[in-house]
Ligand binder design. Structure first.
Ligand SMILES: [Fe+2]
Length: 551
């Protein structure tokens, strides 16, 4: 029996780790420049064989398929979901009874298959290995995937290698697609159309032509499920002045000009929670991004009643839980210890620049020192440039679509940090001159006070950021992404299990794992190596929502 070496179990991505921040910023910038100017979808379409729809319509009996999105993050969360998806049968608690579900013939991955950015190694350790071990010794589905923004950050190079090479497969499962979009013909005339909108919201011409050919093979009774990379119906409502979140013209174009009918169901990820919205015609818009990535808040932005007529029918986790979790931002320095390096640098640089223009007579007390530092900030170009850069950076970081709020919020946040840097610098000065009796301005005094500011500034700055994020998400309902990526919550995971029965009814089950296992042990299944949960405190998968869409 082959004994493999245990997999590398990655922790949740530390989004405030300066290395991750810098590399993400670099990747996003490059992707925005080259991705938009040299569209990989076009190259893929030219280079690959023509792709038809993939036909599963002849399947006998109930047809089951799974949908998971935002998957490749920490091991605990990613593997917990993968392992639950791969179990041939899953019995779930619901309304005092139980519901038995079966693993899908098809697994659709709905975007953001890896974090923080796509490389061959990250796809391998964070995504493919957990799924390979989950399917070990179990029936394997056909796997299909569309890219989310994180998959696009290398212009789709690693995504194409992972999901668009049928001869290679994914995690021991068959893959069939050769492009980053696809159509599945399902039983009872249901069609699943998975759309790649790149980093913006644009359809490329080969993709439009592909869906036109698919549409030509549909009859009048065909029913559509759209898989899209983002819940624009939530984002356009939360950021009404953000031009790129305007009513998504691409899916409307597909409905009106290509398929000439409305989609009955929309599936997406991108936001890492479960929410189901429904309109008066019974159209379902489902956000299901709980496949592994950190949890997003469900209480903000408010989505109970969207302006486009869709109302929220279910949310997981509930708003109370989401609000309670946001308190953890007050522990920001402990959850994101590496973020301290950024503030250590910011505080030390600020104190250094301010101290260079202070005389011994200025530092008798805080008001005279503050007046001298302010004077220097105005008179000294280097000092002034530093302040302007710091304030501009914080304004850029502020999350609002109202410009005046952005300037006010960002400037206040920056001034809070600059004030804190000043006081930490003042304390370092007093400590070195009064307690250590070093003469003001000597090399030793400057170096030691610089070191004090560096060491104390890190956690102080990180704490202020945590307070800022807590206030933003609890009072203003903003920074939904930053105020929860900071928490790195691996629990509250979920995915969708869908069934088409003989009468053509599509039943969508939303399944959640409240607490994912923290401990695992190596195991064997069907002669293959795998891992098993070894944590009594972990929760079993449960049904959190169920909706039937009738033909
Ligand atoms: Fe995501």
């Amino acid at each position: 029996m082959a004994q493999e070496k245990p997999p590398r179990r990655r922790s949740m991505v530390g989004w405030y780790d300066p290395r991750v921040l810098a590399h993400s910023a670099y990747q996003v910038a490059i992707a925005n420049i080259f991705g938009r100017h040299s569209d990989t979808r076009l190259i893929e379409a030219l280079a690959s064989q023509p792709q038809a729809e993939f036909n599963y319509s002849a399947a006998q009996g109930d047809f089951w398929f799974d949908y998971a999105a935002d998957i490749g993050d920490g091991w605990n969360s990613t593997f917990a979901v993968a392992d639950a998806i791969a179990r041939p049968e899953l019995t779930l608690q619901h309304d005092g009874g139980t519901v038995t579900t079966q693993s899908g013939k098809v697994l659709v991955l709905g975007g953001d298959e890896v974090y923080p950015y796509p490389t061959r190694n990250e796809y391998d350790t964070r995504t493919e290995t957990p799924y390979r071990l989950a399917f070990a010794g179990r029936p394997r589905p056909d796997v299909f995937a569309i890219p989310g923004n994180h998959d696009w950050y290398d212009s789709l190079v690693a995504f194409s290698r992972t999901f668009c090479r049928p001869e290679r497969g994914f995690a021991g499962c068959h893959t069939r697609q050769t492009r980053s979009y696809f159509a599945l013909q399902l039983p009872a005339n249901w069609w699943l159309l998975a759309i790649d909108l790149q980093l913006g919201a644009d359809l490329d011409e080969p993709q439009v032509q592909y869906f036109q050919k698919v549409a030509a093979r549909m009859d009048d009774a065909a029913r559509l499920i759209f898989c899209v990379p983002e819940p624009r119906w939530i984002l356009e409502d939360a950021y009404p002045r953000h031009s790129s979140y305007e009513e998504l013209t691409s899916t409307r174009f597909l409905e009106e000009k290509v398929f000439r009918r409305k989609a009955r169901v929309f599936l997406t990820g991108d936001l890492h929670f479960y929410k189901r919205h429904e309109n008066a015609e019974g159209v379902q818009k489902i956000t299901s991004g709980g496949g592994g990535a950190f949890l997003h808040p469900t209480h903000a932005p408010a989505t109970r009643q969207l302006r486009n007529g869709f109302a929220e029918r279910a949310a997981y986790p509930d708003a109370q839980t989401s609000k309670r979790l946001s308190w953890r931002n007050l522990l920001f320095p402990f959850i994101n210890p590496k973020s301290g390096w950024l503030y250590a640098f910011l505080y030390a640089m600020s104190a250094w620049l301010a101290s260079a223009s202070l005389e011994a007579s200025d530092v008798i007390n805080i008001p005279t020192a503050l007046a001298a530092a302010t004077n220097a900030a105005i008179r000294d170009p280097l000092n002034g440039m530093w302040l302007v850069t710091v304030i501009a950076a914080f304004i850029f970081f502020t999350d609002t679509h109202v410009r005046s709020w952005r300037i006010l919020g960002g400037a206040s946040h920056a001034l809070l940090h600059l004030a804190a840097a000043f006081f930490v610098g003042w304390i370092a000065l007093r400590l070195t001159t009064q307690a250590f009796h070093l003469s003001y301005g000597s090399i030793a005094q400057l170096l030691i006070s610089g070191l004090v500011v560096f060491v104390v500034g890190g956690p102080v700055g990180a704490f202020i950021l945590g307070v800022y994020l807590f206030v933003s998400i609890r009072i203003f309902g903003r920074h939904y992404n930053e105020a929860f990526s900071s928490l790195r919550i691996q629990d509250f995971k979920q995915w969708l299990r869908l069934r088409i029965d003989a009468s053509g009814v599509l039943t969508i089950h939303a399944i959640a794992i409240d607490r994912v296992p923290r401990r695992w042990r190596a195991a064997q299944r069907g002669g293959e190596s795998t891992m098993e949960a070894d944590d009594a405190r972990a929760s079993a998968p449960r049904l959190i929502d169920k909706v039937e869409v009738r033909p």
